[in-house]
Design a protein around this ligand. Structure first.
Ligand code: ADP
Ligand code: MG
Length: 266
């Protein structure tokens, strides 16, 4: 996914950045990132706390000021209207959204439909159908009438995932989507991502659980505001780079046809 000779408007690209710089509190936290994310694939971003993973997702979602170029589906991000961007790209924030806690789960998921609504048109049957589908997909339909602030962390996360799915976007950016989910619902999430990919969607997820991240098609390894490595999940050099950025406190080992990250105890 890192071929540098691909032309800018290549229609196989979901997202592309050139010389992407983001400053926060006058400090450079993304330092000239060059990145290509292919359509129809699942890409996981891994790296230590403070590496710049959330900042990268926010810049890709167009919600943080940046310098350099970001292209979404072959067009510069800043040339696309907010509404078009919001229909093309759905975003799940890291442990998100305190401000809508009084709303019911159903109303929160309906917020995901705003990019599809005209300001005078209101909610259509298609909006209601999309909200119901999304809540059922994350097994959160039973909480539809509950205010978000009465749900447990994991239940709330499933509602927020449903809100993101209700957008029915081309590209889904998810920042630590497994936060608060118990193991069966983490597995549900994995199945969901595979279904999205099977339908031609693109998924970019920040994951701390490396064993889950190593199910992705491609991985981006970040540290210190830079991309250290981009590769496919089965590349030994990728595994070594992940071990390096985590100071060799974990070791990646093959288990059957997959990989697990185990703590290294000395
Ligand atoms: P990650 O998601 O990889 O843990 P972040 O992208 O959240 O990292 O943060 C990258 C760097 O930017 C960190 O050093 C963090 O302290 C800093 N940072 C994040 N958010 C802000 C903010 N709102 N204001 C100032 N600095 C921030
Ligand atoms: Mg983060």
């Amino acid at each position: 996914m890192t071929e540098t000779n691909t032309v800018l408007n290549d229609d196989s690209l979901a997202l592309e950045t050139q010389c992407l710089e983001v400053k926060r509190s006058q400090r450079s936290v993304l330092k000239g990132l060059k990145l290509k994310i292919l359509k129809g694939r699942w890409c996981a971003i891994v790296g230590p706390n403070g590496a710049g993973k959330s900042t990268l997702l926010q810049a890709l979602a167009g919600i943080l000021p940046y310098e350099g170029d970001v292209s979404l589906l072959g067009q510069p991000l800043q040339h696309q209207s907010k509404q078009l961007r919001a229909r093309r790209l759905a975003w799940l924030a890291q442990s998100s959204v305190q401000s809508v806690d009084d709303l019911t789960a159903y109303d929160v998921v309906m917020l995901g439909r705003i990019p599809h609504q005209s300001w005078f048109g209101g909610q259509s049957l298609a909006d209601h159908a999309a909200a119901e589908r999304a809540l059922k997909l994350t097994r959160a339909w039973q909480w539809r009438d509950r205010p978000l602030n009465t749900l447990s962390g994991g239940e709330k996360q499933r509602v927020l995932l449903a809100r993101m799915l209700a957008v029915e976007a081309e590209i889904f950016l998810m920042d630590e989507p497994l936060a608060n989910l118990d193991p069966p619902h983490q597995v549900d999430w994995l199945v969901l991502v595979r279904q999205l990919i099977a339908r031609g969607k693109t998924v970019v997820s920040v994951l701390h659980d490396l064993t889950f991240a190593l199910y992705a098609d491609d991985l981006i390894v970040m540290s210190d505001g830079k991309i250290q490595y981009v590769g496919k999940r089965d590349e030994p050099a990728l595994h070594r780079e992940i071990e390096n950025v985590f100071e060799r406190r974990i070791a990646i080992q093959a288990l059957g046809t997959h990989w697990v990250a185990l703590p290294t105890l000395t």
